[in-house]
Ligand binder design. Structure first.
Ligand code: ATP
Length: 650
């Protein structure tokens, strides 16, 4: 946007001119207070009050009678807060880095300017429309892009940037802009404040307050927990019950709607709108920079980044040495990002001795074992301890399978990967309450079976019936909700969530608990059940393999499944760790779960399983009791190879 703002703007520069054009005051009064991380329950109640309270105080600024210049500078700062925070709701929370924010901002600008200039709508009525059009644009884009697996990271960023240019080209070449821009100089500014510039300031203040409240609300909610899980491992999140597609679309719609509102206000602020300045990379680059600097894993991070960058720009580029000032700001940003890769906010939290907020939501962790009421389950001791078996926190949901019917009935299950037939049509029944061993040599299709039954892969053919309900082709989150959970052969914890929140996520999405606090409380008891309670606040990276495997188990159990699919949970463990794991799996069965157990460790198979099925080359080779099946020559041949058997007999 090369257009200068309407005269009342007091010479402040435009948003669309990007970082270089910003010269706001260093007031920094926007709400930058953090809630102290999710461990601070009192902070949770206070946070929205603090945001609203801060906004009420800031609403008094126009009464100070400052020159219009300051109103406009504060307006710009607040507008950047809206843009950066709205970007973060999709991109920071889910990890889908968008470079399309210019398109959504521009959609809002052109919606408002078209409605004002052509249809003479009252300005305030255009803002909901600006939000709606931007949100619809985002949802239309997301509905296509989010369906394509693998469009993440740089691909998603480039795609959204390309969409920005496409929309910009369309706008320029249609009557929306016509190549000349849209003039709004004749449109009256509503009288919210004593002056037009203070009106814009107050509008931006309302938008920023609403945006921060929304960003915070998502951050502390179950929805926010799901978004952060998508950020760390989308497939694992889906398998644990997070409806990833829907969640991404909702986050994108909210993000776009807020950017659209900012664009609508900006259109009238500028009074002259041109496409060439809006649909560029400048807006997205600026919001990315602000968010990364402030911290993308916290609702307040982007606001802090917006304030910091705009304040820097005002301090260093408003004077005569603008070019040197910009270079200095660049150097400061490089140093800040190098030394604070998680953003200023997390660094400040660490400095003030608080736990790094590398977690999703904002409610308190459950009380310590000592503080817990006596009626609750007693904590387990460390893994492998000889203490009495810990009590499972919640009874497993009872199955609703008809008498004589298997809990899981798989018929003719097929899965091919570009010519590789991993499953060639297997029939497997799993009876309620049993531990079924799933055996077979490497590459025989065991993990594929688990992946298909849990919805990680769609089957190529066949049928999966669980509790009499046909689940064939269901999305993984629906299969999780139906009562099937799984572990991964190589543990896939959510790396930025602590151990407790990893389990709480399963409690919420698989177990149907809506409150984050209740989910954490229940998750703690599952950690006690698996002996991980002392690691509740550790990040997965701090766990050894044994503990990571047990974390997988705790997550699988926390969704209170009727059927648990365990994929080589013992692989890589020491003999004593295997003993501890075998004892734990027994306890899992005792508390009511049915288990399918893929394993190569034969002594565990012998000790645990009621029945085994053996796969070979994607087909069912044998079925029966482990001790009998493993004696069969065809099974031995499959495991050891024909030549080995013949050599042994020779
Ligand atoms: N995502 C994939 N893409 C292509 N081929 C795959 C994929 N997943 C599995 N396969 C192939 O399918 C076959 C069965 O693999 P699968 O992992 O199910 O075997 P497995 O019995 O679990 O083996 P292991 O005991 O070594 O884990 C193998 O030939 C494997 O290479």
């Amino acid at each position: 946007m090369s257009a200068t703002p309407r005269p009342h703007a007091g010479g402040a520069s435009t948003l669309g001119q990007g970082v270089s054009a910003l010269a706001p005051s260093g007031d920094g009064a926007a709400p930058t207070r953090t809630d102290g991380g999710p461990t601070q329950r009192s902070g949770i109640r206070k946070t929205p009050l603090a945001i609203v309270g801060g906004a009420v105080l800031l609403a008094l600024v126009p009464q100070l009678g400052l020159p219009a210049f300051y109103d406009s500078l504060l307006y710009l700062m607040l507008s950047w807060i809206v843009l950066a925070t709205s970007w973060n709701i999709l991109s920071g929370y889910t990890g889908y880095f968008s470079f399309g924010h210019g398109a959504f901002f521009g959609a809002g600008m052109y919606t408002t300017s078209t409605l004002l200039a052509r249809y003479e709508w009252p300005f305030l009525w255009t803002l909901p429309m600006a939000a709606l059009v931007a949100a619809l644009l985002g949802v239309a884009l997301g509905a296509v892009v989010f369906r394509v697996k693998g469009v993440r990271g740089e691909l998603f960023a480039l795609l959204t940037l390309a969409v920005t240019f496409v929309i910009g080209t369309i706008v320029v070449n249609t009557p929306l802009d016509g190549g000349n821009g849209v003039s709004l100089s004749a449109v009256p500014v509503p009288k919210l404040g004593p002056t037009p510039s203070s009106t814009f300031y107050l509008l931006a203040l309302i938008a920023a307050t609403a945006t921060l409240l929304i960003a915070w609300g998502i951050y502390v909610s179950k929805f926010g927990a799901g978004l952060f899980a998508i950020h760390d491992d989308e497939d694992a999140a889906e398998v644990m019950g997070v409806p990833t597609y829907r969640y991404k679309l909702i986050a994108l719609a909210i993000s776009c709607a807020l950017a659209g509102v900012a664009g609508g206000i900006q259109a009238l602020f500028l009074s002259y709108v041109t496409a060439g300045e809006v649909f560029t990379i400048t807006v997205p680059l600026t919001v990315v920079l602000m968010s990364v600097l402030g911290g993308t894993r916290h609702w307040a991070g982007p606001a802090l980044g917006a304030i910091a960058i705009t304040a820097l720009l005002y301090s260093f580029t408003a004077a005569d040495h603008a070019v040197a000032g910009k270079a200095l700001i660049g150097a400061i940003l490089i140093v800040a990002i190098l030394f604070m890769p998680d953003g200023i906010l997390l660094r400040l939290q660490k400095l003030f001795g608080r736990r790094a907020a590398a977690v999703t939501a904002g409610t308190a962790h459950p009380p310590s074992a000592a503080a817990r009421p006596a009626a609750e389950p007693t904590p387990a001791h460390a893994m492998g301890s000889t203490a009495p078996a810990p009590v499972a926190p919640a009874a497993v949901r009872t199955a609703t399978v008809a008498a004589g019917e298997p809990l899981l009935r798989v018929r003719g299950l097929q899965k091919s990967f570009k010519g590789v037939r991993a499953l060639a049509g297997v029939d497997v029944d799993v009876r309620e309450g049993e531990i079924l061993g799933l055996l077979g040599p490497n590459g025989s299709g065991k993990s594929t079976f688990i992946n298909v039954v849990s919805g990680h892969y769609e089957p190529t053919g066949g049928q999966i019936v669980f509790e009499g309900r046909d689940l064939t082709g269901f999305a993984a989150h629906r299969i999780a909700a139906a009562g099937i959970s799984r572990t991964y052969q190589i543990p896939r914890p959510f790396g930025h969530l602590d151990v407790l929140d990893n389990v709480a996520l399963a409690t919420m999405f698989g177990g149907g608990v809506d409150s984050v606090a209740a989910a954490r409380h229940q998750a703690m008891t599952w950690l006690e059940f698996t002996g991980l309670h002392e690691k509740a606040k550790a990040l997965p990276d701090d766990l050894n393999l044994h503990q990571r495997k047990f974390l997988e188990l705790a997550r699988a159990l926390a969704s209170r499944p009727r059927l648990v699919l365990l994929d080589e949970v013992l692989c890589g463990l020491t003999p004593s760790e295997i003993d501890a794991a075998v004892a734990l799996i027994r306890r899992i069965r005792e508390q009511g779960s049915t288990i399918v157990f893929v394993e190569h460790v034969m002594r565990a198979v012998m000790a645990l399983t009621d029945r085994v099925v053996v796969f070979n080359h994607g087909e069912l080779l044998a079925e029966g009791h482990a001790s009998e099946v493993m004696q069969r020559p065809d099974v031995m041949t499959a495991y050891l190879g024909k030549s080995t058997i013949e050599a042994a007999h020779a």
